[in-house]
Design a protein around this ligand. Sequence first.
Ligand SMILES: NC(=O)c1ccc[n+]([C@@H]2O[C@H](COP(=O)([O-])OP(=O)(O)OC[C@H]3O[C@@H](n4cnc5c(N)ncnc54)[C@H](OP(=O)(O)O)[C@@H]3O)[C@@H](O)[C@H]2O)c1
Length: 371
Amino acid sequence: MERRKVGILGATGMVGQRFIQLLANHPWFEIAWLAASDRSAGKTYAEACRWKLDTPLPAKIAAMTLMPNVPEGVPAEQLPKIIFAALDAGVAHELEPKFAAAGCAVISNSSAFRMTRDVPLVVPEVNADHLEMLERQSWRAESGGYIVTNPNCSAIGLVLALKPLEERFGIESLFVSTMQAISGAGYPGVASLDILGNVIPFIKNEEEKLEEEVAKLLGAVRGDHVELLDMKLSAHCNRVAVEDGHTECVSIKFRKPATYEQILAAWAEFAPLRGIHEGLELPSAPFQPVEFDDAVDRPQPRLDRMRGAGMAATVGRLRPCTLLDWKFVVLSHNTIRGAAGAAVLNAEILAMLGKLDAPKPLSAHAGLVTA
Ligand SMILES: NC(=O)c1ccc[n+]([C@@H]2O[C@H](COP(=O)([O-])OP(=O)(O)OC[C@H]3O[C@@H](n4cnc5c(N)ncnc54)[C@H](OP(=O)(O)O)[C@@H]3O)[C@@H](O)[C@H]2O)c1
């Protein structure tokens, strides 16, 4: 099968580098176009990027020239129709719509449009049905382009653990306290003198994002919008001196009673992509999206973040909670499952659903309306 050409916006950052690592040998996609800021345009990737990953920078990528960050002026045949975007929210707000208007499927990591009414916020194992919302975007009808987003890095691990529990027991309320790795702040991120030997109990806008995104991910499509899940969620977000891997301590109250064995069964049997797409496996989908470890001191970021090639969430320490019903710990890799890997998996399911091809005609479509 000929691989589809893709571009990466924000290719030199922490998430951009993960995109390069994950896409370098991807069976369906081929990196054909790279862009970062104006500071980097015109340089080779090797000149512009401080490569921070523990696999070598592929020689072909190192030699590629970074392009200007706008679609205007790029000959149509040179602009890939699939753009992975790893930009700060402010920049994404300005640039992503330009690429969607130019006919690109923009698969975004930033928060800029996650809560926008007709923009799908998707984790394929959790709410692939929300992807239908993209057909309502005005760009889709006009140029074929659209924006699809993946959630904040701590929302992804959490929502993987929550989805099978919500399906079986219903979630009434939830308390979560995060310990988030420094790579989540991008590069160069948090100053070493601020984070070494320290915990910073504040990450700007993170608690708000976690609370609203989980409610949208677990919500239901109702006509032209997603109805947020009716539950109470309170989040505390902390930055800790860990390189990669976000750990989250969760207390949860269910609508129906749940036993220890029933909760373990819900996680063990949660494999929605395996069943639906039998025979057409998505290359980045983990075989077991939620892995339970019964050791008393797991999960731990250094030991568990690479489970499922960095795409699985690990849960552990399930025990009764004296305030709510149950409590547990969930861990996931923030730049793989929480960012670039999540976007690549979104692209794979979009390919499988035929949504990386020309749009189907729409009888009616809504414009982009901010919720
Ligand atoms: N790190 C994570 O764990 C994580 C997880 C989930 C989501 N995210 C989200 O992903 C996005 C990227 O995060 P990151 O951690 O990769 O950030 P980062 O390391 O700071 O990288 C930012 C990237 O954006 C580029 N850029 C900056 N200004 C630009 C402009 N005006 N036009 C085009 N490109 C521009 C930078 O290029 P130069 O090198 O040229 O400056 C760099 O490639 C953010 O929205 C973040 O919230 C991050």
